[in-house]
Design a protein around this ligand. Structure first.
Ligand code: NAP
Length: 264
């Protein structure tokens, strides 16, 4: 068994990417707290990991889109001193176009993908900063930078995850706390059925296996990377994108309108 590393709390751990994070982090030596709505599915994942690794695995069934459930997980993150990692993975997507989408479904997506991720992060950051260590992994998506690809609310929710993580990176500098944001491309999980387009309908060359995605993301974390895009082969693309953004950032706010907006 690997050396104990503390506890990782993983949201959306009952299936897909979250269940694989659970397996891999237990093998790295973490005890686990697994969160999702389905108690039965969580227990199946937990028992398989206990058997395979001998690690302590707790399950906390919760609907993170429901404020009362969310507050319970926030309290656990704020008060359980064993927690060394938060993986904000729970999320839902949609492939519905704006004209066809149900607005209440869109609100529920924002509650989970944005509100819950933000509140759980705010719950754990003060505890991690006080201890001078801790790791936050936020699962965004490539749609954070390609919002035209799927549903716009989904893209916007993942752009939030990226921007929120970028801000946090700057705010926690020097505290010993680490943050990583992961931008998966299409990954073969139940996500696609729930989002409205079976994964089999996508071209095979753009779909990654979930185990490959999680192993690559964990390699990125081990390398100390902030933004990890497992499917992007040419890393200089992201570096150039970031360099352009940061170069422009200093020029965005000035005390005069640009010449092109001045009346002739
Ligand atoms: P998944 O297999 O559908 O897993 C989603 C997980 O979130 C499940 O464990 C689900 O469990 C949980 N969940 C859903 N609603 C919840 C709620 N209200 N409260 C608590 N837990 C909830 O999909 P996945 O692909 O692994 O998705 C994981 C993350 O990756 C998501 O944030 C997704 O946006 C992101 N992502 C996925 C892809 C992809 O192509 N698959 C690409 C980019 C990013 P219960 O149903 O039991 O609650």
């Amino acid at each position: 068994m690997n050396k104990a590393k503390g506890t990782a709390l993983i949201t959306g751990a009952s299936s897909g990417i979250g269940a694989l994070y659970a397996d891999r982090l237990a093998r790295q030596g973490y005890d686990l707290i697994l969160v999702a709505r389905s108690a039965a599915k969580l227990e199946t994942v937990a028992e398989a990991i206990r058997q395979a690794t001998g690690r302590k695995v707790d399950t906390l069934p919760a609907d993170l889109a429901k404020p009362s459930d969310l507050r319970l997980i926030e309290a656990r993150l704020a008060n359980d001193r064993s927690i060394a990692m938060l993986v904000n993975n729970a999320g839902v997507g949609s492939t519905a176009r704006a004209l066809d989408a149900d607005v209440d479904t869109m609100s529920a997506m924002v509650a989970l993908n944005v509100e819950a991720l933000m509140r759980l992060t705010y719950a754990v950051v003060p505890a991690f900063v006080a201890r001078g260590r801790g790791t936050i992994v936020n699962i965004a998506s490539i749609v954070a930078v390609a919002p035209e690809v799927l549903n716009g609310v989904y893209g916007g929710s993942k752009a939030f995850v990226l921007a929120f993580s970028q801000n946090l990176l700057s705010e926690i500098e020097g505290t010993g706390v680490k943050i990583q944001v992961v931008l998966p491309g299409a990954t073969a999980t139940d996500f696609w059925d729930i989002a409205g387009t079976p994964v089999e309908h996508l071209p095979g060359e753009i779909v990654m296996r979930a185990d490959q995605l999680v192993d690559a993301a964990l390699n990125g974390l081990a390398q100390g990377e902030f933004a990890t895009i497992p499917g992007l082969h040419d890393a200089t693309r992201w570096d150039a994108f970031e360099a352009a953004r940061q170069a422009m950032a200093g020029e965005l706010s000035t005390n005069t309108p640009a010449a092109r907006y001045l009346a002739a």
